[in-house]
Design a protein around this ligand. Structure first.
Ligand SMILES: [Fe+2]
Length: 310
C-alpha cells in the first residue's frame, strides 16, 4: 500500500445539490488499521480526497483526509496554493510545532514549510488545498533521494513528488532541515475554538477560499438557507439533523451553489461545524426574508457569522 486514493462516494443522499459524505473510521490508524499494521518502508500513508466544487469547474477546493504512520517524515515542501492543515487525531510536528486535534496551520502559496514529522502513534489530518489544481508544489532538489519520497512518492504513486528550485521567498531555507514557524513568511497558527475564521488566499482576492467555524448551542434551529458558491461542512464535534437525517462527528456535507439546504437542528450537546467556502462568495448564509423576524430562529441568526436575507 503506497498512497491509497479512494474515490469518495456519497454515503447518503436524497436532497438534490447536497451530498452527505463521511470520513472513514479508524482515525490515525487508518480504516481497518491499514496504516498502523503496514510493514511498508517509511510506514504507510492513506488518503481520501473530497472536493468542494464541480468536476467541470476550473478548480475546486480539495479536502484530503490523510492518515500517516507513526514517526513518518515528510521533508520541507511547498504548494502552489494556500493550504490549511487541521489535525483530527494523533500528533504531527510541522516545523517546530507539535500539532494536536483541533490545531490549525495556514500557509500562503509557494511558501516552504515543514518537515512533517508524524507523532509516535500516527496522525490523521486534513490538508486543505484552496485550489486543487495548484496543490502540487514541490520539494527542493536536495530531497531528490529522500527515503520517504523515493518510496512513497516513487513510480508506484499517483502523485510523484516534483523536485524544483525553491521559490524565492523561501530561498534562505537552503541547507536546512526544518522551518521554525516564526521564520515562515505569512504562516498562521490557531486552534479550533468554536467560531474562528481564516482566509485561504489574499484577503482582497474574491477567489480565495474561506474556512470558518460555527458552534450552535443544543436545540438551535437554523432555518433553510443557501450559499452563492460551493460549501463543504464537516461536523467536527456534536450532532445535528439536516431535514430527516442525523449527522454526527466526521460527517461531511458538500453543498452546491444555490442549493436550498433544509432546516438544521443542533443536537442535544450542540454542534461544532468546520466549513469550507470554495470562494468568498460562499461565506454569507442566505436566509429567507420571511424568516427574519421569526423568534425561534433568532439564536441561529445571532450565531451565523454572515447572515443575509433575501
Ligand atoms: Fe503539504
Amino acid at each position: 500500500m503506497i498512497m491509497t486514493p479512494v474515490e469518495p462516494k456519497a454515503v447518503r443522499d436524497g436532497i438534490p445539490g447536497l451530498t452527505i459524505n463521511r470520513l472513514r473510521p479508524g482515525g490515525k490508524d487508518g480504516p481497518d488499521g491499514i496504516v498502523r499494521d503496514s510493514d511498508q518502508l517509511s510506514g504507510a500513508a492513506w488518503f481520501e480526497n473530497f472536493f468542494v466544487g464541480g468536476p467541470d469547474d476550473p478548480w475546486r477546493l480539495a479536502i484530503p483526509d490523510v492518515r500517516m504512520a507513526r514517526n513518518q517524515l515528510w521533508p520541507m515542501h511547498w504548494h502552489d496554493c494556500w493550504i490549511a492543515v487541521i489535525v483530527l487525531d494523533g500528533l504531527c510536528m510541522v516545523g517546530d510545532w507539535w500539532m494536536e486535534r483541533g490545531d490549525v496551520l495556514i500557509t500562503p502559496a509557494k511558501v516552504e514549510y515543514g518537515p512533517l514529522l508524524v507523532g509516535p502513534k500516527g496522525c490523521q489530518l486534513l490538508e486543505i488545498f484552496a485550489q486543487d489544481i495548484l496543490s502540487g508544489g514541490g520539494y527542493a532538489p536536495e530531497y531528490r533521494d529522500h527515503p520517504t519520497l523515493e518510496y512513497l512518492q516513487g513510480k508506484k504513486s499517483i502523485a510523484p513528488a516534483a523536485f524544483l528550485p525553491r521559490p524565492d521567498i523561501s530561498a534562505s531555507n537552503a541547507g536546512r532541515q526544518t522551518t521554525p514557524l516564526k521564520e515562515v513568511p505569512g504562516v498562521l497558527t490557531g486552534h479550533l475554538s468554536g467560531n474562528g475564521r481564516w482566509d485561504l488566499g489574499e484577503a482582497s482576492d474574491p477567489d480565495r477560499g474561506v474556512m470558518l467555524e460555527t458552534t450552535f448551542a443544543a436545540g438551535t434551529v437554523i432555518p433553510s438557507h443557501r450559499h452563492n458558491d460551493w460549501r463543504g461542512v464537516l461536523v467536527f464535534d456534536g450532532s445535528m439533523r439536516v431535514g430527516d437525517t442525523s449527522l454526527t462527528q466526521d460527517d461531511l456535507l458538500v453543498i452546491e451553489p444555490g442549493t436550498e439546504v433544509p432546516q438544521l437542528v443542533a443536537g442535544s450537546e450542540g454542534v461544532h461545524l468546520l466549513s469550507f467556502a470554495k470562494t468568498a462568495a460562499a461565506e454569507p448564509t442566505i436566509f429567507s426574508l420571511a424568516d427574519r423576524d421569526e423568534p425561534r430562529y433568532q439564536t441561529a441568526f445571532a450565531t451565523v457569522r454572515e447572515a443575509a436575507f433575501e
